[in-house]
Design a protein around this ligand. Structure first.
Ligand code: TYD
Ligand code: MG
Length: 407
């Protein structure tokens, strides 16, 4: 094969990095998830359920970006300029540099972007814009894909940091923005429960930063407020001395969160006992209940079990295993976990408690929030490092339940 004309291998050391500049949105939680601010010429997809707060977030982010002096072009295909203005007023967003455009024809959007030359462009949403040359309707796979590709070209050629809003359904099945995930530089998902006010922004792909970081917000009357202390937020309504309630530590990226796990075990009336799980993986919970039953003889096959993570939060980490087992035992025995304690550790099928990552960080967060003790995997303890609080190491769920519930 002959080399293509025009492309020459360059030594890595000689490659000049262009377009690496970043601008802060003024929303620290968003900037961190982006990897330290918005990168010039990058294409960022923000997906999430309708009504979760994507437009609100981007309007608020536009404020600081427009305050920097450069224009921000906010294209709304879903709401009229007047509707966006009303929302902006409510949020107290009124920078001079913010331009609204109610348009869905992508060629017109490109023309306006070409003449205004905004360093930041928001397209809300990718499902509403269309190219007239394509026959399919806006929101169809081919429209979404083609429009996405055109906006990518625009972003790279003009150095415009572009945000695309994409609505996702719970099933994620609709001809949604998922077809864009491979194309864009960064994919963020904005999540939350409809009946809770907190929202989590998660990076699932980021060419300019880590995908581990998350941002936490609360939806208020006046828009999204950053939650600087998520653990305090999630634990604020925790009942004291109640059976079935245990505080666990969940590590999201580099940030440890303390969350309250609640389990209610109550006698089943007839037939197959019920298992209802909110905020944790259903199969993981069934597995842990089976371990508790088989290894320690808790007769859970006669019991309904309800699991909830307080505040509508979600735990995806195995480090919450031990907390779940202890909470279930606590509820079954009707005996609370006393003391100001956090509990964490992965539980194996033999009932063993396994070490978890980020051990010290979890303890530091617990100490910072006023916890005075922790029950943790023994394998995480080493003599050398001084720890912020005095943890008790355990090797099995049996030992943990003995220590916490005196069984
Ligand atoms: P929105 O940003 O329009 O969601 P999306 O663009 O993801 O569809 O947010 C919609 C919800 O947020 C709406 O139900 C009202 C609520 N909201 C507030 O509670 N406070 C506010 O200040 C704003 C602007 C919206
Ligand atoms: Mg919207």
């Amino acid at each position: 094969m002959s080399a293509q004309p025009g492309t020459v291998p360059i030594p890595l050391a000689d490659v000049s990095v262009v377009g690496g500049e970043r601008a802060a949105t003024g929303i620290a939680e968003l900037d961190r998830v982006l990897g330290g601010g918005v990168v010039r010429g990058s294409l960022v997809l923000i997906g999430g359920d309708p009504g979760i707060g994507k437009s609100t977030l981007l309007l608020q982010a536009s404020r600081a970006l427009a305050d920097l002096g450069a224009p921000v072009l906010y294209v709304s295909g879903e709401e009229s300029a007047a509707q966006v203005k009303l929302r902006a007023d409510r949020l107290g967003v009124s920078p001079k540099g913010l331009y609204l455009l109610a348009e869905t024809n992508l060629e017109a959007i490109e023309a306006h972007a070409g003449s205004l030359k905004p360093p930041v462009l928001v397209v809300d949403s990718i499902q509403t814009v269309y190219l007239p040359d394509l026959e399919s309707a806006p929101g169809s796979v081919s429209q979404v894909r083609e429009c996405g590709a055109r906006l990518m070209l625009l972003a790279k050629r003009q150095g415009v940091a572009t945000f695309l809003v994409g609505h996702v359904t719970k099933e994620g099945a609709l001809a949604g923005p998922r077809v864009l995930e491979h194309l864009v530089d960064t994919v963020l998902y904005f999540e939350g429960e409809p009946h809770h006010t907190y929202r989590v922004l998660r990076a699932v792909k980021n060419r300019f930063g880590s995908t581990n970081e998350i941002g936490v917000f609360e939806m208020t009357e006046r828009g999204l407020a950053e939650v600087k202390n998520p653990s305090g937020f999630f634990l604020s309504e925790r009942p004291q001395g109640v059976p079935g309630s245990v505080v666990v530590s969940s590590l999201e990226g580099t940030r440890p969160f303390l969350l309250e796990l609640q389990v209610l075990v109550s006698p089943a009336n007839f037939g197959t006992p019920r298992r209802t799980v909110l905020g944790m993986d259903y199969n993981r919970v069934c597995l842990l209940l089976a371990v508790l039953e088989k290894r320690l003889g808790f007769p859970l096959q006669t019991q309904d079990v309800f699991v909830n993570v307080a505040g509508g939060a979600r735990v995806v980490e195995p480090a919450a295993d031990l907390g779940l087992v202890v909470a279930a035992a606590s509820s079954y025995m009707d005996r609370p976990v006393t003391g100001n304690l956090v509990v964490f550790g992965e539980v194996g099928l033999a009932g063993e408690v396994r070490a978890v990552a980020g051990f010290e960080r979890r303890l530091r967060e617990a100490a910072a929030l006023g916890f005075t003790g922790a029950v943790v995997p023994r394998n995480n303890l080493s003599a050398e490092t001084p720890l912020p609080l005095e943890p008790q190491g355990v090797v099995s769920i049996d030992e943990a339940i003995q220590a916490l519930l005196g069984r």
